[in-house]
Design a protein around this ligand. Structure first.
Ligand SMILES: NC(=O)c1ccc[n+]([C@@H]2O[C@H](COP(=O)([O-])OP(=O)(O)OC[C@H]3O[C@@H](n4cnc5c(N)ncnc54)[C@H](OP(=O)(O)O)[C@@H]3O)[C@@H](O)[C@H]2O)c1
Length: 272
């Protein structure tokens, strides 16, 4: 079977672990040249080494996506290494779990800087270069189901992902004339480092349903809330990202949920 991303170059921000590492690996398996990224070179290098060990092509680049200069240097590295930038995945994300009224302004700012400004800087760095190339492109922003609803203890995360959704629509409209499609992938619960932070958030008090608003969730809470009755897998996130990256879908400005039906389900829980 032919490779679905042959001759394409993809940059995946935050690809040292979790969903970003999985997407970078999948795109490389499908023939893309991949730039992996982390705030620390050695962590981005681990993913790049795994890709090259499996016969793929990858270069690791250190960049803090909340810094616009870093974002531009990251996008430029794709052109320096492989001659183009065709796919940009704005994946890097962090979370702080704290009640809104007690939120430290620095915590608020750090989440907004990475999750929202980082997506904008990444999209701008990639988009301007895609426009210069004149061959179109795909920008995929990793959002979250938490961008469409409010969840206690996640004020900056909710705000940042809601912002990513509407930024996606804005960019889709502005970049359409350049044949650049911009979509967001909104995962539900996938077991990663970040999700671990959510599932193990807080102490027992935070997991105590009698102590509303509680801020923590365990596996049972989540499985009972998901109509498909389970967490999503990295493999499933790879498949949705690949579908978006191929660009053969007449879809732009879309926020695609991959959540096992979490957002479709109006009731709180299937019983517990
Ligand atoms: N897991 C889930 O259930 C879930 C659900 C919905 C949405 N998401 C979203 O999916 C994305 C990936 O999350 P994940 O679950 O895979 O978490 P993860 O395993 O913690 O990965 C986060 C990645 O972001 C990188 N990163 C953080 N800040 C960065 C910065 N300023 N500049 C560059 N890279 C940075 C981290 O790299 P270093 O630490 O090495 O710098 C790491 O590679 C996030 O946007 C998250 O909000 C996840």
């Amino acid at each position: 079977m032919s490779e679905r991303l042959a001759d394409e170059t993809a940059v995946v921000t935050g690809s040292s672990s979790g969903i970003g590492a999985a997407i970078a690996t999948k795109f490389a398996e499908e023939g893309a040249n991949v730039i992996t990224n982390s705030r620390a070179l050695e962590r981005a290098q681990e993913t790049a080494d795994e890709i090259t060990a499996n016969g793929g092509t990858a270069t690791a680049v250190e960049a803090d996506i909340s810094n616009p200069d870093d974002a531009h240097a990251l996008a430029e590295s794709a052109i320096e290494e492989y001659g183009s930038i065709d796919i940009m995945v704005n994946n890097a994300g962090i979370s702080v779990i704290e009640p809104a009224m007690e939120m430290d302004p620095e915590d608020w700012q750090s989440v907004i800087n990475t999750n929202l400004s980082g997506v904008f800087y990444g999209a701008q760095a990639a988009g301007t270069r895609m426009i210069d190339q004149g061959t179109g492109g795909q920008i995929i922003n990793i959002s979250s189901i938490f961008g469409k609803i409010g969840i206690q203890g996640r004020a900056p995360y909710n705000a940042s992902k809601g912002g990513v959704n509407n930024l996606t629509r804005n960019l889709a409209v502005e970049l359409a004339e350049h044949d650049i499609q911009v979509n967001a992938l909104a995962p539900g619960f996938i077991k990663t480092q970040l999700d671990e932070q959510t599932r193990e958030s807080g102490d027992d008090e935070m997991l105590d349903e009698d102590n509303w608003p509680y801020y923590g969730y365990d596996d049972t809470h989540i499985e009972h809330r998901v109509p498909l009755d389970r967490f999503g897998t990295l493999d499933e996130m790879q498949n949705v990202a690949l579908f978006l990256a191929e660009g053969n879908h007449y879809t732009t400005g879309e926020i695609l949920n991959a959540d096992g039906g979490w957002l479709a389900f109006g009731w709180g829980s299937k019983g517990r």
